[in-house]
Design a protein around this ligand. Sequence first.
Ligand SMILES: Cc1ncc(COP(=O)(O)O)c(C=O)c1O
Length: 400
Amino acid sequence: MDKSFPLTGWGSLAVHGGHKQDPNYAHLVPIYASSTYVFDSAEQGMKRFDNKEEGYIYSRWGNPTMTEAEDKIAALETFGLNTEAKGILHASGMAAISTLMLSALKPGDKIITHFSLYGGTEELVSKILPAFGITAIIADLRDLQKAADIIKADKAIKMMYLETPANPTIQCVDIEELSALAKQYNLVVACDNTFATPYLQQPFRYEVDYIVHSTTKFLNGHGTAIGGILLGRDIEQMKTRITKIHRTLGGNSNSFDAFLLIQGIKTLEVRMERHCHNAMEVAHYLEAHPVVAKVNYTGLSNHPDHYTAMKQMRHPGAMLSFELKGGLQAGIDFMNKLKMCVRTVSLGTCDTLLSHPASMTHYSVPKEEKEKYGITDGLIRMNVGIENLQDIITDLEQAL
Ligand SMILES: Cc1ncc(COP(=O)(O)O)c(C=O)c1O
């Protein structure tokens, strides 16, 4: 694409953003399957190692396929905003979160975060980081006054870590209010934007410093690769300290996964529009069903986080959960009867995925612990896919 052409639409940027003309005129960025890169001369090698000349050296440090994915996501996360960002692609969402925590924090520092958090992140902050002297205060960040009191009382808090909507509860926290509060105390603010994607929500709009994604989910969109990205607005910091830590920890992505991710992102806008439309219709259908006790979808006005979701998201997303009146056995029976929708635990793919936490992800978690997070025996989690709505509803109907 001619660089002088002014792209005005989000979907156009998703298709063309980050792309550079290939030296051999390949239409798509090639999969650079090479671990290392060659220097014309010793002097050129010297300049590349000394950052005096741009160029690739070793694929743990980056390669052209990964660069295209990084630049595309950075362009989408900053679209229409008066800010720049640099992204670093990782092997997984967890690798990106680990680089973030180990780059931005030091022994003695504390993180403040919301109690509903992806299980892997929760384990990282509560079981792994404490061995490095970094601990977490887990609070209900929907209570702004409580968050302010905690931050005011503890000078060791250096980072506010948000995940909104959160996995698995889809609870939302107010990025604008929390980021403004954190900035009053000079905290670093990071946000996991996996469930929303930059199409539905742009945390950089609210002065957030870092965004992380599990690109495994909606960004890839087809369930073909595990991946993650860490994006930061401080370009210098991203190019120096964070790049150094990423390269040394070794949580790099690879060109095959980056290629799949790039192709997936091109259709993100159309996929998210369809996901969200279907999710809203499915939520209404379930609400009216006699065997369903409750539907948790932030698009419904009775959801406690409806206002927050609508304030910061273009649409309320593709994820919802619902509770069956019959409890555990009803959950198991329902899951076993599904014919088109898929029984699995991930999310973000084109097909509708359902999981039953009580018999799957949370099977061994004590009942009281589960209930603290709203995970009841009859709860079903659903990634509403992009199939034709009627087929999704017909499958649910026969299974219910
Ligand atoms: C919100 C969120 N963040 C991070 C992760 C971790 O991502 P990955 O599995 O790619 O490491 C997940 C995984 O489900 C997630 O849902």
